[in-house]
Design a binder for this molecule. Sequence first.
Ligand SMILES: [Zn+2]
Length: 321
Amino acid sequence: MKKLKLKKKVKNLFILAIVLVVLIAVSTTMFLKYQKEKEYEKTYEYKLLDIGYEKNQVNDILKTFKDKEIDYILTKEVSNNYLELSKTKYFIYDKFYQYVDYLEKNKNKNLRDIVEIVNTNTDKDYYTDTTKTDIDKKYLMLVNKYHYLEESYTPESLVSIPPTYSYGEYGSQKATEDTYNAFLNLWNASHEAGFYLMVNSSYRTYAEQQEVYDDYRRSGGEDYADSIAARPGYSEHQTGYTLDVFEKGYSQKDFETSDSYNWLKENAYKYGFILRYSKEKENITGYSFESWHIRYVGIDAAKVIYENNITFDEYYAYFVK
Ligand SMILES: [Zn+2]
């Protein structure tokens, strides 16, 4: 009898042990699962899904943005704008908040316009937030209404453009040597096509630009002067990489009606020149269309600018800076 009782006791203990083991195992598993869930809830993936992004969008966001920007995105309503924005041509990651800020104030604008405007600083008023341009960029230096040259800046290696190709006395028209050499190539090609280009204006000193600007200001006021001339220090002509050219027999104003202009428009880039102030980009360059104003930027840059129909201002922000 005693033996049987003992056996039963052992059996009970054994069952109890098994129950305990199972209980411990189950609760441990549940605890680990709970812990894992808690950990997962801390991830960006969970948080983004939780506020309503779809799985593929989440993957895209995680691939595209850094922590700081994801934290920012999490504070905002679910929107595809951020992803679309990041995929917009010429999107510059460092300008993310500027884009978003400008987008919020201009909800009717498309994303490409937003990117273009912010890249070229035109979300700000002209002549505000200005910086001294980086002259070490040489023929890729940017001079516009936000980037200026100091009064003392004079280009190295200025050469005179002979009267064969320019108006005025010998020595009155100058450009940097690389600009002049490229211009000769352009001139020869245009001449072969049956045209005769003449340089009407080229390198201009700070003081000369001051005169030009002041003349316009006196006759039509500051807004008028700003719309057609650069303020001193802000003129590309001071770089020595800029030429105003037009066909012999034409005035500067009606050059745009000539075949020569059409040729120049389609071929200048092959020789490293761009038409700097085009008709369709007036809002970006801040200048009224100038059919005659060409800028030497080198063949590589000129090709990209021509083929993508962007301004030098945007090229600089995306490729040079
Ligand atoms: Zn000009």
